[in-house]
Design a protein around this ligand. Structure first.
Ligand code: ADP
Ligand code: TYD
Length: 204
């Protein structure tokens, strides 16, 4: 199943998804709504603590937690479905593709696939690809406390798994269900913003 008017941005840390979502939403603040995973709900705040290193969980538990937060994001009060029903175009920073990449690095791909197999597809998926050395440098230049996955080895493995996942979802059978746009995230902020706008403009 596909959720019409639901747009997802994916990529490793520092690839620039937050920057682009902000620019897209600012084009029409009445129509676009930005959301993100982890969410700002209790489930997401719990995950933020885990990502910040306040506590650690088994890698399989992390896969369950991200999936539970996702369930709130989509089906919970004021979640994606509610917003779509209000006529909004919902733009999310990360979705289940993040779990298929990040969690699969540490717990294998079986459990993340199982836990995420029932979530609806977005209408458009923007996938930002970039050399992990460049994106991690951007993260470091932000001068914020690093989260647990923001290490070069983990980012490289995640990038490789993202490629696999994107290839898998690019298969012809899924063509009518979700449009995948690959973005060279080493381009300038303005160039990327134009490419995104060209692909989204037709939605209204
Ligand atoms: P993400 O949300 O994917 O982690 P951000 O959008 O927060 O990434 O960007 C990370 C950092 O890189 C920010 O400081 C941002 O200003 C910068 N940045 C974003 N896009 C680009 C780009 N295309 N070129 C150079 N720097 C960028
Ligand atoms: P995000 O807020 O996008 O990172 P940033 O601090 O760069 O803005 O995402 C937080 C982290 O959570 C990021 O390292 C990716 C990770 N994550 C997963 O591992 N699995 C998931 O399912 C999701 C949604 C995020």
């Amino acid at each position: 199943m596909t959720l019409k008017n639901f747009i997802v941005f994916e990529g490793i840390d520092g690839s620039g998804t937050s920057t682009q979502i902000k620019k897209l939403v600012e084009r029409d603040l009445n129509k676009f709504v930005a959301t993100a995973e982890p969410t700002k709900k209790e489930t997401g705040l719990f995950l933020r603590k885990m990502l910040g290193g306040d506590f650690s969980v088994d890698s399989k538990t992390a896969a369950y937690l991200f999936a539970a937060d996702r369930c709130e994001h989509i089906y919970g009060k004021d979640g994606v479905i509610d917003l779509l029903n209000q006529g909004k175009i919902v733009v999310s920073d990360r979705y289940f593709f993040s779990s298929l990449a990040y969690q699969s690095v540490s717990c294998g791909n079986e459990l993340p696939r199982l836990l995420n197999s029932q979530f609806p597809l977005p209408e458009i998926l923007f996938y930002f690809y970039i050399d992990p050395e460049i994106s991690l440098k951007r993260v470091e230049d932000r001068n914020e406390k690093k989260e647990i996955y923001e290490k070069i080895d983990y980012q490289k493995k995640t990038a490789a798994l993202y490629e696999e996942v994107i290839n898998e979802y690019s298969k012809p059978e899924l063509k009518g269900e979700m449009k995948i746009i690959k973005i060279d995230a080493s381009k300038s902020i303005e160039e990327i913003s134009q490419i995104i706008w060209q692909n989204v403009q037709g939605m209204y």
